[in-house]
Design a protein around this ligand. Structure first.
Ligand SMILES: *C/C=C(C)/C=C/C=C(C)/C=C/C1=C(C)CCCC1(C)C
Length: 259
């Protein structure tokens, strides 16, 4: 019986009025779950190689959904940042977002080297960011800077480097439009995270301006915008390209029947 009483706070997340961070953990978990259902259902609507992209979109929100269920309980129980769950989620989902770039560019000659570089940059960014939030919290600005080098590597690939070049040379307006939207997500949507990081108490650059809770609030908003937004861009590209291919084969079929 005692065991059950002790378990109760773990099984039943508490949500107090005014706990805005707690609200965003709940909304985030449901939004990620709903997005996952959507992406997996749309899987059958797209053709061939676009199925891979839809699958990865669904996996990203699925992995996030599972972690959000843990994080919201952790927050509700402890009123503290679920840093470990957060970074485990990111270290799985951010490389998968790099995979999305690779998948859409593969038909236009993307090499695996591009994929591995982007994965390396994101792992660098997240491992050093984690160290700055935990082990070396007193020196969070230094670790934030080291982490930003990884972020800069990703930005370079997407805005100036080979990913950008492949998109430019593709001569495919649909691909180019989707690629550029994703690039803006990385530049603006991802820049939200370092702002949250600066709220780290004492050592953070914005510690005096933002209180600790703003960190999780900012991360939660960033995750919803970026993970679901990214998936929707991929979805609309996949649907657009599928319609294009089906249009062409329908035309060819009609021509055959006439001729
Ligand atoms: C779905 C999760 C995503 C897209 C997470 C992205 C996270 C970042 C872009 C984090 C970046 C950071 C820096 C650039 C410096 C400070 C430490 C981080 C890890 C917050």
């Amino acid at each position: 019986m005692d065991v059950l009483v002790n378990l109760k706070p773990m099984l039943l997340a508490q949500l107090q009025s005014g706990d805005y961070v707690g609200f965003t953990f709940f909304i985030g978990s449901m939004a990620m779950a709903a997005a996952t259902v959507f992406f997996f259902f749309q899987f059958s609507q797209v053709q061939g190689k676009w199925k891979d992209s839809m699958l990865v979109s669904g996996l990203i929100t699925f992995i996030a959904a599972v972690h959000y269920f843990y994080m919201r309980d952790f927050w509700a129980t402890n009123q503290a940042s679920p840093t470990e769950f957060r970074y485990i989620d990111w270290i799985l989902t951010v490389p998968l977002m790099c995979v999305e770039f690779y998948l859409i560019l593969r038909a236009f000659g993307a090499k695996q080297g591009l994929l591995w570089r982007m994965i390396f940059y994101s792992v660098w960014m997240l491992v050093t960011g984690y160290l700055g939030e935990t082990v070396f919290r007193d020196q969070s600005p230094l670790w934030g800077f080291i982490s930003t080098l990884g972020y800069a590597g990703i930005l370079y690939e997407v805005w100036l480097g080979s990913a950008k070049r492949l998109s430019r040379n593709s001569n495919d307006p649909k691909l180019q439009r989707a690629f550029s939207t994703l690039a803006w997500f990385v530049l603006v949507g991802w820049a939200i995270y370092p702002i949250g990081y600066m709220a780290i108490p004492e050592s953070g650059w914005l510690a005096g301006v933002l209180d600790v809770r703003s960190m999780d609030l900012i991360y939660n908003i960033g995750d919803a915008v970026n993970k679901i937004g990214f998936g929707l861009v991929i979805y609309s590209l996949a649907v657009g390209k599928t319609a294009e291919v089906e249009g062409i084969s329908a035309e060819a079929g009609a021509r055959e029947r006439v001729g």
